[in-house]
Design a protein around this ligand. Structure first.
Ligand code: NAP
Length: 453
């Protein structure tokens, strides 16, 4: 008997998991992949920077999965309203959540919510044409922008702010963002790292790219990339990629500015302690304290504030201090870590510690927001192994509930099938071809959603 499996969330992990489940013959399965938004691919469509088109090639593998017998896609379905958790449990032998980390972490400093201070993820979703963020506006009339954090998201944001209109014009950036960024008055983008260059979360290729921008000079203060003895110890014990990253940053400190229209400044060992507002409630400055690094009992190095402070005028702030998972109604949640408690993907009941029957997680909601897209492949494989093992063991009685797609139709929910999505994608690609771009994204669902039932 074919096992019926629901996956909730059609980002990369959802597809990696579907592939793993369908690409085996041991246990016959059918997979339905649900997505809240009409379009699939999650962060590959709405997170990956538009000037990193190559990373999007992974969608070709997702499309091959979608073509496998036993796979169905239902886009524009809200689990919780269109289908409840009880519906899923009645219709499917197993349910796996691959919902990612859908919100941003807070910094907890005064002024965080002043006007023109935004989570970086909002800007990313806006420039990538996410339907729920297409009406956002950002104060691109600001002369100096602070990006807090030095992870790869912060680097993406800084790079997009520094790109010339010509550089952006050949990408699939949303038209509204292309237009707004073309008239941007930003002269300086400051990336703010609370620890030193050895500890910076961004990866080496990303930091190298910052030195290759057509319209921006990269600037680093020599004293902020001169390593303290503890960082020297970590670097000596670290990997080649970190050594290369530090070398690149130290070389930036000796660059002579070319007089480019913009400056991208990388700062280290500084923590924002307050955003200061003007009398209209908009950000006017950021207050920073200088940090020293201290060794923790677990061996890591933390930033500790000194009493040296500075105040820098800024008109726009992006907080890029990491994503955070959001609770799934009816499913246990670890508030501290922002993940669903699990063992190898099996969701655990926090009171008994025992696995909840038929319920699984994979990706960022399972392990937290870390790693690159490909990191989710082994993570999904681990969950798939647990799911298949549970099916193989025969311990699960099979469900006899209705077909979930019938339920959706009965309820008048007009979900999007994969062939319908493929036709939308063809329109985007045809428009892109005509404009010398990979695609021109359709950002208003009203433009492409199929007519109601
Ligand atoms: P991230 O890599 O975890 O970086 C978060 C940054 O915020 C770190 O620099 C962290 O510093 C800093 N931070 C946290 N709390 C802070 C605070 N209170 N004050 C100041 N700074 C603070 O997160 P991310 O950039 O959101 O990226 C998420 C994941 O997606 C990462 O695995 C990333 O590599 C991946 N990603 C990859 C790409 C790519 O491959 N091109 C692009 C985008 C995202 P500490 O280190 O001191 O905590």
């Amino acid at each position: 008997m074919t096992a019926r499996i629901a996956i909730v969330g059609a980002g990369p992990t959802g597809f990696f998991l579907a592939e793993r489940l369908l690409n085996q013959t041991d246990v016959p399965v059918a997979v339905d992949l649900f997505e809240r938004l009409p379009a699939p691919y999650g962060l590959v469509r709405y997170g990956v920077a538009p000037d990193h088109e190559k990373i999007r090639n992974v969608t070709r593998a997702f499309d091959r999965t979608a073509a496998r017998p036993g796979f169905r896609y239902a886009g524009h379905v809200n689990i919780g309203t269109d289908l409840s958790l009880d519906d899923l449990r009645a219709c499917y032998d197993q349910v796996c959540f691959t919902t990612g980390a859908q919100t941003d972490r807070r910094m907890g400093i005064p002024g965080e919510d002043l006007r023109n201070s935004h989570p970086a993820t909002e800007f990313v979703a806006w420039y990538n044409g996410h339907p729920e963020f297409r009406d956002c506006t950002f104060h691109l009339g600001a002369r100096r922008v602070a990006v807090i954090g030095v992870g790869n998201v912060a680097v993406d944001v800084a790079r997009i702010l520094c790109r010339t209109p010509e550089e952006l014009a050949s990408t699939d950036i949303a038209d509204h963002a292309l237009e707004a960024l073309a008239t941007s008055e930003v002269e300086e983008v400051m990336l703010l790292g609370r620890r030193g260059p050895v500890q910076a979360a961004f990866t080496t290729p990303e930091v190298k790219e910052l030195g290759e921008l057509a319209g921006a000079d990269v600037r680093v203060r020599p004293e902020e990339v001169t390593l303290d003895p503890e960082s020297e110890i970590d670097l000596a014990a670290g990997d080649e990629a970190t050594r290369r990253k530090v070398e690149i940053l130290q070389a930036y400190a000796h660059r002579i500015p070319t007089g480019a229209a913009r400056t991208l400044t990388l700062r280290f060992l500084v923590s924002p302690v307050e955003l200061l507002g003007d009398d209209t409630g908009a950000v006017r400055a950021i207050r920073l304290v200088r940090n020293a690094l201290v060794r923790n009992p677990d061996g890591s190095l933390s930033a500790r504030a000194t009493d040296v402070a500075e105040e820098i005028p800024v008109g726009l702030v992006f907080r890029s201090v990491g994503y955070r998972g959001v609770p799934i109604p009816g499913i246990p949640f670890d508030e501290k870590r922002g993940v669903v408690p699990n063992a190898a993907g099996r969701v655990l009941d926090p009171t008994t510690g025992a696995p909840l029957p038929r319920t699984y997680v994979a990706g960022w909601i399972k392990r937290g927001p870390s790693g690159v897209i490909g990191t989710n492949k082994p993570c999904a494989a681990e969950t798939a192994a647990a799911m298949l093992e549970d099916l193989r063991s025969g311990s699960l009685s099979r469900v006899t509930g209705p077909d979930a797609m019938d339920l959706l139709r009965e309820r008048g929910v007009r979900y999007l099938t994969f062939p319908e999505w493929e036709s939308i994608r063809s329109t985007e690609e045809a428009r892109g071809k005509a404009a010398g771009r990979p695609r021109v994204k359709l950002v208003d669902p009203a433009e492409y959603l199929p007519s109601p039932i």
